[in-house]
Design a protein around this ligand. Structure first.
Ligand code: NDP
Length: 262
């Protein structure tokens, strides 16, 4: 019989896209999961599906990472061993809008900064003290190539991910002396996510941005996160930047048709 890792992984934003794919990879490998997001129905479905399919325990917490009190209440609701989170995957995030700076919507800006930066900080603030106490833990932030480069109309989303990149580095300086690894993954375009639909405020036509090239899939990023997590304890992968082969950087994408599908 397969030995269970018996580790607990908390994944924010596990109701779709990269977070959901990451939940699947870790569940398949026998990690117990705490999945979070704002959509209870989705959380229930995922919990049922993966706990029937794999030999793992799954807990779901439904809350908005922008709401500090809701984050506090969710983490406070964890009892016993569920408090001992081994791996925190700060994945919940979004782009909202794609406008030049002078036409940007302030509500979009606040949504992105509150979710991508403050939400990540709230979760880290609540979970890292336990890791420090145990002298063990791993925090994996889902950054983006937008945390390394900027592109036209990407202004505030890029700023929020540059902040994630800075926080990953800063958190590592503060936490490495406590035996805690801090890593990040920085993907470019990823399909099998709701990212584009959310960015374009539910406009399905505008969100069809992956039809003329072959981007990464959510499972590609999930497998990369898993790879970061399973390294021996003396190794900390600090960042993995990944793009589909048809993408060279944030500005150059070969949109001459989908290639390399097989
Ligand atoms: P999805 O929209 O598919 O998933 C986003 C997840 O974040 C959902 O589960 C959503 O859950 C959750 N979420 C969003 N806002 C909140 C909130 N306020 N509170 C709690 N949960 C929230 O997109 P992706 O999977 O693509 O995005 C995951 C991460 O990957 C993000 O940080 C994104 O910036 C990053 N990324 C994505 C890329 C892409 O091309 N797709 C490229 C590079 C990075 P719910 O709605 O249920 O709350």
């Amino acid at each position: 019989m397969k030995t269970l890792p018996q580790k607990i992984v908390l994944i924010t934003g596990a109701t779709s896209g990269i977070g959901k794919a990451t939940a699947k990879v870790f569940a398949k490998q026998g990690y117990n999961l705490i999945i979070t997001g704002r959509r209870q129905k989705r959380l229930d479905e995922i919990k049922k599906k993966y706990s029937n399919k794999y030999v793992v325990k799954i807990k779901s917490l439904c809350f908005d990472v922008r709401d500090l009190n809701a984050c506090k209440a969710a983490i406070a609701s964890l009892k016993g061993d569920w408090k001992k989170i081994d791996i925190l995957i700060n994945n919940a995030g979004l782009a909202s809008g794609l406008d030049p700076i002078h036409e940007g919507d302030i509500k979009d800006w606040e949504t992105m900064l509150d979710t991508n930066v403050k939400g990540l900080l709230y979760m880290t603030k609540l979970i890292s003290p336990g890791m420090v106490k145990r002298n063990s833990g791993h925090i994996i932030n889902v950054c983006s190539t937008a945390g390394h480069e900027v592109y036209p109309k990407g202004n505030v989303y890029c700023a929020s991910k540059h902040a994630v990149n800075a926080l990953t580095k800063a958190m590592r300086i503060d936490l490495h002396v406590h035996g805690i690894r801090v890593s990040q993954v920085s993907p470019a375009h990823v399909e099998e996510t709701e990212f584009a639909l959310v960015r374009f405020h539910g406009d399905k036509k505008k969100s069809k941005i992956y039809e003329d090239f072959n981007p990464l899939k959510s499972s590609d990023v999930a497998n990369t996160i898993y790879y970061i997590a399973i390294q021996p304890k003396h190794i900390n992968i600090q960042d993995i930047v990944l793009m589909g082969t048809q993408q060279a950087n944030s500005l150059f994408t070969d949109r001459s048709g989908r290639k390399f599908d097989k």
